[in-house]
Design a protein around this ligand. Structure first.
Ligand code: SF4
Length: 280
């Protein structure tokens, strides 16, 4: 019976160039004689390399303090809806129709789709985010990307469906490069959000992230300091309680137990307020 090296040599003898040349080279190097011994030994197992931690997520681009270039909105009334008409829209559908062609700020010309907002027009729980991202811009719906999936899960954990809530953003058009809206952009758009809130008349609002905190509530402190603390916003003749919490995109970037627990506590507080028995 030929041994292992004999079999290996016999197989190589039957091979043609270029494997023959490879065999010759192995023999020249003196490796052929080592094959049997080497094959009998267990293969060395490389030690596991230490796990390299994932790189820290990149922070979201901060908007410029002032607009890089002056933006002149078109003179067309459809591109700059009259605030008086906006304030008197009698339904969400009418409001949507009134502002869908808005080009009042620099975000308008760059959008793919206008993201008005969606949900139950009489929702008791309303979410207000910052602005559309790439997926929202493509679909014309708020919170439909990864952050939206997380928001849907959180709403589900509260025992509710997304369709039972109303979801909108401070700005209706996507800021470029996924940056936050500038103060000027937010101010140009805020009247639309305020009219949405007036029409929906939610029992409680949950703001997601720093932009609604700053623009809707006028709070300049950071979201990390303010989240979980009740605030109020006066819209029309109503004073609506507001629970500020982290944006789901932030939760995804900082997926720690502390951040998730904080958001969960904020949402539960908002739901508990919403479900409280009416005062007699
Ligand atoms: S972000 Fe708001 S104000 Fe700016 S163009 Fe869009 S709808 Fe108009």
């Amino acid at each position: 019976m030929p041994d292992a090296e004999g079999k290996f040599r016999a197989r190589l003898e039957g091979m043609e160039h270029p494997l023959q040349a490879w065999r010759d080279t192995l023999e020249e190097l003196g490796v052929m004689g080592l094959i049997r011994e080497a094959a009998a030994e267990p293969l060395p197992v490389a030690p596991l390399a230490p796990r390299i931690p994932a790189p820290a997520p990149l922070p979201r681009p901060v908007p410029p303090r002032s607009a890089p270039a002056a933006y002149t909105p078109p003179a067309d009334p459809a591109a700059c809806p009259n605030p008086a008409v906006v304030a008197t829209a009698t339904s969400l559908a009418e409001l949507h129709q009134t502002i869908a062609g808005c080009l009042a700020c620099p975000l308008g010309p760059g959008r793919m789709k206008f993201v008005f907002g969606e949900g139950d027009p009489h929702a008791r729980l309303m979410f207000v985010g910052e602005g559309p991202g790439r997926d929202e811009d493509l679909q014309g719906r708020p919170f439909v990307g990864k952050a939206g999936e997380l928001l849907d899960k959180m709403i589900g954990a509260l025992g509710m469906k997304r369709e039972e809530t109303y979801i909108a953003n401070v700005v209706k058009c996507r800021p470029p490069d996924n940056r936050l809206p500038t103060a000027d952009e937010a101010h140009a758009c805020l009247g639309y959000l305020r009219r949405q809130i007036e029409l929906v008349q939610p029992a409680v609002i949950v703001t997601l992230g720093a932009t609604p905190l700053r623009e809707l509530l006028g709070v300049s402190e950071g979201i990390t300091r303010v989240r979980g603390q009740w605030r109020h916003v006066k819209v029309g003749d109503r004073d609506i309680p507001v629970m500020p919490t982290f944006h789901p995109a932030y939760v995804l970037r900082q997926y720690t137990q502390d951040v998730r627990r904080a958001v969960w506590e904020d949402l539960r507080a908002a739901k508990a307020w919403m479900d409280r028995p009416p005062e007699s």
